[in-house]
Design a protein. Structure first.
Length: 318
């Protein structure tokens, strides 16, 4: 089943990127947990084949390259380059060049204080207020300069370069994307992703961009069967944020029970440590999901997820 799920990313220049699966965690809110919890969750999901989006300082308090064990990794390159350090480019498998400004939990174009503290390695932010996200960085005046920016990122890293954008902006932005020689794009969708995925794939093919990877990130939770349909409609990668986000919130299932804590206080070894519970739960959940998707795909008669096409959905083998 693992071979069936393998994801192959051709690059415009350089060697292709091989990933264990076509699933990724697009926009984790790492600032909601401490770096220790972030490191545990990211490492567990990466070990199960999920490509995790994270900057070095999201996962570590030191800038040593070896401080982050999460591999492979996607790094978000925001419009204002917030949080980036040079170690990020050395560790990345995919660079996500984001074409939209960052929004906080209240919908504002801003960064929450806890996120800024994490990136700055500070205990507190003076005034503890949100910081507005910038429009465009000095080295990128407009979308007309996208190809220059993509070229710069290729010189900084051997990673595949993607751009991410809201799906409703694709028709307007596509001419600039088509000229930028990117390796792929990530579409942020709302609602049912099938029609939008098919339309985006048709747009790519009409512009002779068959090699461009199409990844999708939707605001709804997709089942294993939904994912197979999206792959058949032309998606090459699918975000699983709905499955992963729960690991960044307090959950009693990860904590030791009262009896386990009492036993531990009396010197008995009963109970599993919280960190170990989180790691094993994340790893098992991700592995089970990938296996379920592969099972549905296998019932369609294909040997790889990348081989799925619309005709396969009409002849599912039960």
């Amino acid at each position: 089943m693992q071979t069936l799920a393998t994801c192959f990313i051709p690059r415009f220049t350089g060697s292709p990127i091989d990933l264990a699966t076509p699933f990724f965690w697009f926009d984790p809110a790492w600032h909601l947990v401490d770096v220790e919890r972030a490191a545990i969750v990211s490492t567990a999901l990466a070990a199960s084949g999920i490509l995790v989006s994270a900057l070095h300082r999201d996962l570590a308090q030191t800038d040593e390259l070896t401080a982050v064990a999460c591999e492979p990794r996607m790094i978000p390159h925001r419009c204002d380059r917030a949080g980036l350090i040079h170690q990020d480019f050395r560790a990345a498998s995919v660079i996500d060049l984001r074409l939209a400004l960052n929004r906080d939990a209240h919908g504002r174009f801003a960064y929450p204080p806890s996120q800024l503290r994490r990136w700055a390695n500070q205990e507190e932010t003076p005034g503890d207020f949100s910081i507005d996200a910038m429009t465009f960085p000095p080295d990128w005046r407009s979308l007309d300069d996208m190809s220059i920016k993509v070229g710069q990122l290729r010189r900084l890293s051997s990673a595949a370069v993607f751009v991410s954008l809201d799906a409703f902006n694709l028709p307007t932005i596509w001419p600039s994307i088509a000229k930028a020689n990117i390796d792929g794009m990530i579409l942020r969708l709302s609602g049912d992703p099938l029609a939008t995925t098919m339309e985006a794939r048709q747009l790519i093919h009409a512009s002779n961009g068959a090699a461009i990877q199409l990844w999708i990130a939707t605001d709804r939770e997709l089942s294993a069967e939904d994912c197979v349909k999206c792959f058949a409609m032309g998606a090459n990668g699918i975000a699983v944020d709905a499955m992963c986000n729960g690991f960044l919130h307090k959950n009693d299932q990860f904590e030791m029970t009262t009896a386990e804590r009492a036993a531990r206080s009396f010197g008995y070894g009963g109970g599993v440590e919280t960190d170990q519970r989180i790691f094993e739960t994340a790893r098992k959940m991700a592995s089970r999901f990938v296996a379920d998707v592969c099972g549905y795909a296998h019932s369609c008669g294909v040997d790889r997820l990348s081989s799925l096409c619309p005709t396969h959905l009409t002849r599912v083998q039960r």
